[in-house]
Design a protein around this ligand. Sequence first.
Ligand code: GLA
Length: 725
Amino acid sequence: MPIQFDPIQQCFHLRNQTMSYIIGIEKEAYLTHRYWGEKLPTYHGSNALQMVDRGFATNPFPEERTFSLNALPLETSTQGNGDHRVANYQIRNSKNHTVTNFLYDSYQIKKGKEAIPGLPSLRATTDDAETLEIVLKDTIQQLEMRLIYTLFENYPMITRRVVYTNNGSQTVALENAGSMLLDLSDCEFDFLTLDGSHTNEANLNRQKIRPGIQKIESTRGTSSPQHQPFLALVEPTTSEFQGSVYAFHFVYSGNFIAQVELEQYGTTRVQMGIHPDHFEWQLAPNTHFYTPEVVLNYSNAGFNGLSQTFHQVYQQHLIAPTWQKEARPILLNTWEGNYFDLSEEKLIAQAKKAASLGIELFVLDDGWFGKRNHDDSSLGDWFVNQEKLPHGIEGLAKEVHRLGMKFGLWFEPEMVSKQSDLFKAHPDWALQVPNYPLTEGRRQLVLDLSQPAVQDYLIAVLGDHLATGQIDYIKWDMNRHLTEVGNLFFNTPQQKEISHRYVLGLYRILETLTTQYPHCLFENCSSGGGRFDPGMMYYMPQTWTSDNSDALCRSVIQYGYSYLYPPIMMGAHVSSAPNHQVGRLTPLETRGWMAMSGNFGYELDFETLSPEELAEVQQQIAFYQKHRQLFQFGQFYRLQAPDAYFASAWLFTNEEEAIAIYFNGLSRPAMPTKYLKMRYLDPAATYLDLATNEAFSGAELNQAGVLIPRVKRDFHTQVFHWKKQ
Ligand code: GLA
């Protein structure tokens, strides 16, 4: 049994082959965090709690001055009765009081893992996981808090979430509904996050934690390109290759908070949840509030170890089962090659060219609908522009299918342009606060997905397009953040529920469409990686990683995202040179390797390429097709983080072959001698270098490495390709 209750120690031990997580019960009332890390065969409480009479301490048992909630390592905060650290929940009653007193009540251990009503979460069968539910009760107000832990059998990973229940007779306001809190009895950590902006996502930031609170957050309505809903606590000596990491990733696509508090006695408190700003939930009698879940991932094998777990679990337990083993097509996206300048004739010519080169999926991006010739109109009017496409989407799709490719279409369903029929018909469907102007972003407004009528409308509109049977792929875009978060429908207290209800509405739409059309491949996009989070990946198995398609920038962005997501989840396209975002000229070869390091595609007008370049494209496509299993389903390891000259390296490996890619970045003077160590090949196997026909043991390639030759060129790529023998 992976989860056990020890009645003598009064603790729960969640243990699998690699990891232990231990929760204690103190005084039959309070849950303490006792241990998280490498698997412990047994636990007898050697790390006893520190019980000291401390200044300013308050004591739930007056005669026991050494027992204070403020100094215990807890599994959930208390509120208003002695734990003065940052709390992860707050409940306000009709008298405006926020004090609660949740005490341990009971527990249950169940096989498997339950889905969360209305929310995405990791999927598991009764063979994969076991779940512990611990019930805490506030008997004064008849409130209940259910802490839910699921331990995965084969991974050093648990998920945590909370269900808040009102068993009383009066509605209470949930002002903060955190998903997870734990106090680690250590303070020697670095705080690791992935931060950035539009076209510059997922930059790694690592800083030593300092006394007080460090946090990342989003109050923009989506998880945002500014911060991935992720943080990790990292031991100071941890690197890509060794050391301990405690990582937390939020399975949610809206406002979030992820924070760490280094407190006075050297404990590090971590918590994650929906952002309490702009949030409140009316918890009526006999109702529940389900929080999104947090994935907790422990690695004692550095960041690569951490990523291996994330990659495998997300591919096998997060995305929809249909896509877990399904190879992804090589696509051509029309955006950077055409922008809004579309015509049937031109698109068919491009499709023919694409098919002749080996492209497998032709994606018609923005500009095909309404009067959309610029980004200032027509969002919401999801009917074809007959002037551009006289035979409609169906006509074009049929032609693309006839050419042997799949057909994909772009939508930005959550938006409405002021210049649109939809806005004229339903001005009250946009998010709005009475008397205040509607703030536009990219000349568009946000539809209020908290309203069931809006959800139903979007399900019907997209469903109608999908019902034609001509659409194999949808790119689901979302290009601005939320403002004037309010509507004309909900009552006053519920106005603060809208941010969360928006996300729930979005999830309902996605759940309905992806269930009805499980074989339509959905690609998640929010101006690239603006909403690249595990919540969206539950519905859509791949994301357009960034609107920045420059190979050099992508080496940093994809490197950062690879901490959490495998390459198959990261859309990466070869675009034209000079690059449209940064103006850089990089070799087609380098652009090819960078795109193959993700979910491979193109985004340019092939008509603009020379015959030599087209031949190279054809070779790239053929190469990727031949080695697709390796790129999409192999293991991915980072070998070198981007340095001052943007040189970086990574490795793909599976049972048959291995490819190491070294991106030279900028050419440098006095280039140091560089041996790239593979580190993760099978040491006992022999690897045949396909360029030189030389054979090496995996051990040699791992330990001695390969020489990186001196090449006097910017953005050069050095690739090593071995066949495993
Ligand atoms: C966003 C997407 C792009 C493209 C445009 C179209 O920026 O990220 O890939 O689809 O919208 O307007």
